[in-house]
Design a protein around this ligand. Structure first.
Ligand SMILES: NC(=O)c1ccc[n+]([C@@H]2O[C@H](COP(=O)([O-])OP(=O)(O)OC[C@H]3O[C@@H](n4cnc5c(N)ncnc54)[C@H](OP(=O)(O)O)[C@@H]3O)[C@@H](O)[C@H]2O)c1
Length: 264
């Protein structure tokens, strides 16, 4: 691996992302969709990836409609498929032609259950879905992102404050954080930065699918226990990913965005 010249100094503000292209793996809902909206608002091109074609189509319309005036045809692209499938990822890069940043929000916490009830097959399924996907995205990003590019993964504060019955998914999520630091070192010579955002509770469809959080009242009541007095918005969460894309001096970091919840 030959060492590339240093990453140039440029504005670390999100506006510095204007004209760049980001692949958003998990972008038809929640934080990924919010990232698409924010990136378009600063003039970046986006490629949205998600499995459900109808949800993806609706997301493309939402992002396009938010900037109707001067959107070129290829400002918002979409590829339907599993973000852990390297053919899907290759298609996303090919469609864009040039990709500067990758943000991964495809996830979830499958494989819950007490450790005594977890079979080897359960574990394989959990690690396959989260960790294999992260490695597939890492391989594609490592071979296709240019010098100055960035890869940002997602994890959650349960990695630091586990709940019972979550050993398998949290081990996989913790491994993604370790992968982040390992890749930041491995990809430093080609000047690709790698970070993870560790989210607290963010008000998205995923959060609202959890038991007891299916109404505004319940979300407000539960959010009042967070030090800032509420849960985060998808936009606040996505803004952290834009910060990590834009700031060329940040790599190998796990950045917590949780309204102070891990302090409480
Ligand atoms: N919201 C929170 O409170 C919170 C807290 C901690 C961590 N997180 C993490 O943050 C990330 C984003 O969460 P969110 O709340 O924005 O979730 P969300 O609203 O459920 O959105 C997830 C998005 O990812 C897509 N997706 C899921 N699996 C995929 C796959 N294999 N390939 C491609 N796309 C996939 C989904 O669309 P399809 O299903 O159609 O593919 C959807 O567009 C997740 O990794 C989550 O675990 C969230």
């Amino acid at each position: 691996m030959t060492t590339a010249p240093p990453i140039p100094v440029r504005s670390p503000l999100s506006s510095g992302l204007s004209g760049s292209t980001a692949v958003l793996v998990g972008a038809s809902s929640g934080i990924g969709l919010a990232a698409g909206l924010l990136l378009r608002s600063v003039g970046a091109r986006v490629v949205l990836v998600g499995r459900d074609p109808d949800r993806l189509k609706a997301a493309v319309s939402r992002v396009r409609d938010a900037n109707p005036a001067d959107d070129p045809d290829d400002a918002v692209l979409a590829v339907a498929g599993d973000g852990g499938d390297e053919r899907v990822l290759a298609e996303a890069f090919d469609r864009a032609g040039h990709v500067d940043h990758v943000f991964v929000t495809a996830g979830g916490l499958s494989g819950r259950g007490p450790v005594t009830a977890l079979s080897a097959d359960d574990l394989r399924a959990t690690f396959d879905s989260l960790l294999q996907r992260a490695f597939a995205i890492a391989r594609t990003s490592a071979s296709r992102l240019p010098a100055g590019g960035s890869l940002t993964f997602s994890s959650g504060i349960l990695v630091a404050r586990p709940l019972p019955g979550m050993a398998a998914p949290l081990s996989a999520a913790g491994a993604v954080e370790t992968l982040t630091r390992a890749l930041a070192v491995e990809l430093a010579p080609v000047r690709v930065r790698v970070n993870t955002v560790r989210f607290g509770r963010i008000d998205t469809p995923l959060l609202r699918s959890l038991p007891g959080l299916d109404s505004d009242e319940a979300v407000t009541a539960a959010g009042s226990a967070v030090p800032v007095g509420r849960f985060g918005t998808a936009e606040e969460a996505a803004g952290t990913a834009l910060f990590l894309m834009a700031n060329n001096y940040v790599t190998g970091q796990i950045l917590t965005v949780d309204g102070g919840e891990t302090l409480a």
